[in-house]
Design a protein around this ligand. Structure first.
Ligand SMILES: NC(=O)c1ccc[n+]([C@@H]2O[C@H](COP(=O)([O-])OP(=O)(O)OC[C@H]3O[C@@H](n4cnc5c(N)ncnc54)[C@H](O)[C@@H]3O)[C@@H](O)[C@H]2O)c1
Length: 307
């Protein structure tokens, strides 16, 4: 059990991650520009703050008296703001929040990155070296959001060089996050529903059909916080579901959206995803526990009927 600061705790991922950590017995302090009634629960304290204010951020991190930080706050969607604003905001938050946590004496520091650092979706073309994608796949960001996420990973590496192993770090790349209400028909981050993403593969193709249930990210974070003192420092982890958000095998689907990927994708048969979370299994012993087929089938009214 720890006292954990989560930035961006009111967001789509943050709400579920904070609730999951609190349910696991952690005391959580959520730092976000806005408060949310969803986190008015035992074990959670909410502080309204603009984290682009470095002085206020340093003061909030110090007064939280926490031993761990999970940094989620960001402009979280590519092209949802001008490129310079995304870069400036996410970079400034990385430095003030992650550096501020070190200065506040926290000894476990975790940052949310993104699979987009790999560079898929590049309008000039993109082909991976191999599939499935994993932590050894080369990073080739082509927009400010993806570059800012790589910068967050590099900020973690920079701080590790500065502090050595007195502080334990990790970055994680959550796949397309699906919050529990979205199984029941609430719009996903991109506006359409899960059922619409499944019915029209062109909607999920930009994320290469990746996804993860927000509650599984919470269980990953809980396990990571526990393991940080024991595992290699400043590692990066993909965090995704064990299957693809698609009805057809990716061996058939991917080449339609990633020209030239026929041979590379040929091993993605059955329900295999394009992103591997094997490292999280190997290093942390963590596995996702939710799959779209069972979550959709169990969802209340509004959910699509399975074929
Ligand atoms: N949702 C996904 O599919 C996904 C996938 C990969 C990575 N991520 C990363 O996970 C993190 C969380 O994503 P999300 O989907 O929950 O995003 P979100 O937009 O729902 O939540 C982000 C939260 O950060 C807060 N925030 C932003 N700027 C702030 C500031 N200056 N001061 C204080 N609070 C601020 C917002 O108020 C919001 O509550 C982000 O870092 C995102 O890049 C998300």
């Amino acid at each position: 059990m720890s006292r954990v600061v989560v930035t961006g705790g009111s967001g789509r991922l943050g709400r579920n991650l904070v609730a999951g950590l609190a349910a696991a017995g952690h005391e959580v302090v959520s730092l976000d520009r806005v408060r949310t009634a969803a986190l008015d629960v035992d074990g959670v304290e909410q502080v309204a703050i603009d984290l682009t204010d470095a002085d206020a951020t340093a003061a909030a991190l110090a007064s939280a008296r926490a031993d761990a930080l999970i940094h989620l706050a960001a402009i979280a969607v590519p092209f949802s703001a001008p490129e310079d604003v995304i870069m400036r905001t996410n970079a400034a938050l990385a430095v003030s929040v992650l550096g501020g946590a070190v200065d506040a004496g926290m000894t476990r520091i975790v940052a949310a990155s993104s699979p987009t650092v790999l560079g898929y979706g590049n309008p000039s073309g993109w082909l991976p070296d191999a599939l499935p994608l994993d932590e050894d796949s080369p990073t080739r960001p082509w927009n400010a959001y993806a570059l800012s996420k790589l910068l967050i990973e590099q900020t973690v590496a920079m701080l590790h060089r500065r502090t050595g192993d007195d502080v334990r770090y990790a970055s994680f790349r959550p796949c397309f996050v699906i919050a529990p209400e979205e199984w029941g028909g609430a719009p996903t981050q991109q506006g359409h529903t899960v059922a619409e993403r499944l019915a029209d593969p062109a909607l999920a193709a930009p994320s290469l059909f990746n996804y993860v249930d927000a509650r599984d990210v919470a269980s990953f974070a809980d396990r990571l916080l526990e393991a940080l003192p024991e595992i290699p420092n400043a590692e990066v982890f993909f965090v995704g579901a064990d299957d693809a958000l698609a009805e057809a095998p990716l061996a058939d689907l991917l080449p339609r959206f990633v020209p030239g990927a026929d041979d590379l994708a040929s091993g993605l048969t059955g329900t295999a995803p394009a992103f591997s979370s094997a490292k999280a299994a190997r290093v942390l012993g963590w596995r996702p526990s939710r799959r779209w087929r069972t979550e959709l089938a169990a969802a209340p009214t509004g959910a699509r009927q399975l074929p």
